[in-house]
Design a binder for this molecule. Structure first.
Ligand code: SAH
Length: 388
């Protein structure tokens, strides 16, 4: 079988039909595989010229010719395997989707560790994550016919994106930092409203000058805490933030007081959001697999518009207390409680309130959000008394 025959087969009708009927994009990709096409062409040209110069009857000539003929056959085999892939392409829509993902991975975006890139390869997990964003909102939306705006962070190769785009109740915007992923997404999802850039530096007021928007993603794990701090800055405009993070972080966010995992982000987020740990995801459904397990969470804004205390002081107290989580808060919060005392009072270090005394003998991981609020007020009172 000559090279021409193989190529000739490739552009036969079944393949072309697939191109026009398929929505998956696989055939588009394979028929346009220019690298393989060029390589085969070059080898063939080379073999052709070689045969002109080497006398095939000599021993040496035979060996060389055989080597190149074998190479030629090898490449042709790859070509026909690809061709078979095209012809065997499943017809059912569901299978088609799966196939899309498998074959898209043939033209992968190189996974970059420093960007936390671990691409999800399990479509059912992707679909389940995509479904987390409209909890309780979908009915409302259908009746008002207004779409929910959703911002996806780090779409990568669009495994989640495709489900979000398909949902008629969602108006999707995505932000991706990786240039290669952006090029890929622009090619495969031209309809996607995509911003190229760093979410942490993104001016959300400019992107969404008013109104609410949900946040979703299979987040880059290396910056997930920073992402949530930014979500907190916009808490009054982000009713739902959901997606996948490292399992340990998910446990921390959702954990209750008294638990070892309970920390700064648990308190700060739980003050404003109800946090649900939805399900665990194993590392083998990623490419490349991360070293850690993953989990999907959903944070839904609670009814508490404002905390019953000075919110900035609350934040400072929580952060300061957890910086030395093993210690009694008497030690870690000393400077905060006494900051505005006069020198003489500082020497005596008198704390008049019994309740505050009691709080200061505790460790931060024992306190609920409400207790931190109470503590903030007590500390504020204490400081005000000292000023008087
Ligand atoms: N959602 C995809 C990719 C997850 S990997 C999937 O499930 O397969 C995390 C993605 O976040 C990568 O595509 C990475 O490039 C992107 N990313 C990393 N840091 C980012 C940042 N600061 N801003 C926006 N995207 C970022």
């Amino acid at each position: 079988m000559s090279y021409d025959e193989v190529i000739g087969d490739e552009i036969e009708d079944p393949v072309q039909n697939q191109v026009t009927t398929s929505t998956s994009g696989i055939t588009k990709q394979l028929t346009r595989d220019p690298f393989l096409e060029r390589t085969i062409e070059k080898i063939n040209d080379f073999c052709y010229y070689l045969r002109q110069f080497i006398h095939q009857t000599t021993y040496f000539g035979c060996k060389i010719t055989k080597f190149f003929v074998n190479t030629q056959i090898f490449l042709q085999n790859i070509w026909s395997i690809q061709k078979k892939v095209v012809i065997l392409q499943p017809q059912k829509e569901k299978d088609n989707e799966l196939w899309t993902i498998i074959t898209r991975r043939m033209q992968q975006v190189r996974a970059k560790k420093f960007l936390g890139q671990h691409f999800l390869t399990d479509l059912s997990v992707a679909q389940k994550i995509a479904e987390t964003t409209l909890k309780g909102q979908s009915d409302e939306v259908q009746s008002t016919t207004e779409k929910v705006r959703v911002l996806e962070i780090g779409p990568g190769m669009g495994v989640l994106t495709q489900f979000l785009l398909k949902n008629p109740n969602i108006q999707l915007t995505a932000i991706e930092i990786d240039r290669e992923s952006v090029a890929y997404l622009r090619e495969w999802y031209p309809e996607l409203n995509l911003v190229e850039g760093d979410f942490l530096k993104l001016d959300l007021d400019q992107l969404f000058p008013e109104g609410e928007f949900n946040v979703i993603g299979n987040y880059p794990y290396n910056i997930s805490s920073q992402i949530f701090f930014k979500v907190l800055d916009y808490k009054d405009r982000i009713p739902v933030c959901s997606g996948m993070i490292q399992k340990e972080v998910a446990e921390r966010l959702a954990s209750k007081p008294g638990n070892k995992a309970y920390g700064i982000l648990s308190v700060l987020l739980q003050a404003y959001y109800d946090i649900e740990y939805l399900f665990t995801v194993h590392e083998h459904v990623f490419n490349p697999p991360p070293k850690v397990k993953s989990a999907v969470i959903r944070m839904t804004r609670n009814k508490r518009r404002r905390l019953d205390c000075d919110e900035a002081l609350f934040k400072t107290i929580v952060k300061t207390a957890f910086n030395q989580r093993r210690k009694q808060m008497r030690n870690s919060l000393k400077s905060l409680v006494e900051r505005e005392k006069t020198a003489s009072l500082k020497e005596k270090s008198l704390i008049t309130n019994e309740r505050l005394e009691w709080f200061l003998t505790r460790r931060p991981e024992q306190l609920s959000v409400e207790e931190f609020v109470e503590l903030t007020n007590l500390i504020e009172n204490e400081r005000n008394q000292d000023i008087l």
